[in-house]
Design a protein around this ligand. Structure first.
Ligand code: ZN
Ligand code: ZN
Length: 428
């Protein structure tokens, strides 16, 4: 067989999938190839966003979603087909993205579940940028808070009928997503999602956004285009060291709107709000061999070895552990012993009353909670619970205080969970 001829026209030897994008003056495929992107939501927008990331060759992708594929998804989900109904969105999206990727070294991980209680901050710490492809405000608020804590750029997409929006933030260099939100709206959403005092409702009537593939395709494209620009800007110093001049910028603290009905494209600045209550970042994160599957007693010993003093773990305000609750019906105390994230409304009835549930909507149950672990006055049986059972998710960054002086604080990552949470992207 003769050698293939090298030609200068398309289809020639040595062609790569990225030849056209590389013609863009500022485009560095190496940056795209080595970038890591966290995608929250693998529904309609997430499908478009993930398809774009895969075709562009982004190197590391993490996909989170708690849902399974339903028939009504199929008109807007390029990664899923009719045979996939009932399967988990995140795991299947991960498989399809890997198949579709134009980067042979592409690594993909995923998480199936509620990221607000099930996924640690360490995931946010490792990825370069976060893309929000969500349909509910409370998860948006949670994702935004973690992006602030770890100073990660957040590009948040939204859709409504033929309209779409993209919010672009990078705290502390700009406002955060929550700066542009109405605190009353957040409170209303919290009321819908949680019954009374922060106990989850099992059956939430989700408000599905009326939309089509067109809106999701446009916003997924805008989001990824902005992400590619942002990834280049994040690597500006490296590019300049290599003698390359980057003449692009990303304007953070802005919201872009497109209305397909009348082709109106608008943008507005979202100023930073002084009263925004999520403007905090970790100063320094200490990696540790700790993992969420460790018992509290072992974790406290391990922290003592690591830091050289006796420690307590403070989970306020992220999670707390409910020791006892008063039955919402007969008001007798019941042993609960569950983390806030594992509690549902039905856990608020004693065994007798659960047989004949009264409507107690609006009633705030009395409960006995704990959010500091390791103090001498803590119930001793909690020492045998794993950190996960106490409400601390894998690869989390926990607030550790010195037992003798709780103003001494360290932020310690449960790095021992790395190979479990991010086996492909960062665990190897
Ligand atoms: Zn803010
Ligand atoms: Zn009862």
């Amino acid at each position: 067989m003769s050698e293939p001829k090298i030609t200068i026209c398309s289809g020639g030897y040595g062609e790569t999938p990225h030849d056209r994008t590389k013609l863009i003056s500022w485009w560095e495929q190496d940056i795209v190839d080595s970038s890591s992107v966290l995608v929250v939501g693998a529904g309609a927008i997430g499908n478009e966003t993930l398809k774009n990331l895969a075709l562009l060759g982004v190197g590391k992708i993490f996909i989170c979603d708690m849902d399974t594929i339903s028939i009504s998804n199929l008109s807007r989900t390029v990664l899923f087909g009719a045979d996939d109904v009932g399967k988990e969105k995140a795991s299947l999206a991960a498989e399809r993205v890997k198949q579709m990727s134009n980067n042979k070294n592409c690594k993909v991980d995923y998480f199936v579940g509620d990221i607000t209680t099930g996924l640690g901050h360490g995931v946010f710490r490792r990825f370069d940028i976060v893309l929000g492809c969500l349909d509910n405000m409370l998860t948006r608020v949670n994702v935004n808070r973690r992006c602030c804590l770890l100073q990660k750029p957040l590009l948040d997409a939204g859709i409504w009928e033929l309209g779409l929006s993209l919010s672009v933030h990078h705290y502390p260099y700009s406002s955060c997503l929550q700066c542009g939100m109405d605190s009353k709206d957040i409170e209303n959403e919290r009321r819908i999602r949680f019954a009374c005092d922060n106990f989850k409702k099992r059956d939430i009537h989700e408000r599905h956004a009326p939309t089509t593939l067109v809106s999701t395709a446009i916003v997924g494209a805008l989001q990824v285009q902005e992400a590619i620009k942002a990834l280049h800007v994040l690597n500006k110093d490296k590019l300049e060291k290599d003698g390359k001049n980057l003449d692009i910028s990303v304007q953070y603290g802005r919201k872009y709107y497109y209305q397909g009905m009348n082709h109106l494209f608008e943008q507005m600045a979202i100023p930073s709000r002084d009263t925004c209550d999520v403007h905090n970042s970790f100063e320094e994160v200490v990696e540790s061999p700790l993992s969420a599957s460790m018992r509290l007693s072992d974790a406290l010993n391990s922290l003592k070895n690591l830091l050289g003093y006796e420690c307590i773990i403070d989970t306020y305000p992220e999670s707390w552990f409910v020791i006892k609750t008063k039955c919402v019906s007969c008001h007798q105390w019941i042993d609960t012993n569950k983390a806030r994230g594992d509690l549902y409304q039905e856990d608020l009835y004693c065994e007798e009353c659960s047989k004949n549930k009264l409507d107690v909507s609006g009633y705030t149950p009395e409960s006995d909670n704990i959010d500091v672990f390791g103090r001498d006055d803590m119930p001793t049986n909690l020492m045998n619970y794993t950190l996960k059972e106490l409400g601390i998710p894998p690869l989390h960054i926990i607030t550790v205080r010195a037992k003798c002086d709780d103003s001494i604080v360290k932020f310690v990552e449960l790095t021992g969970d790395l190979s479990e949470v991010l086996p492909n992207t960062f665990g190897g």
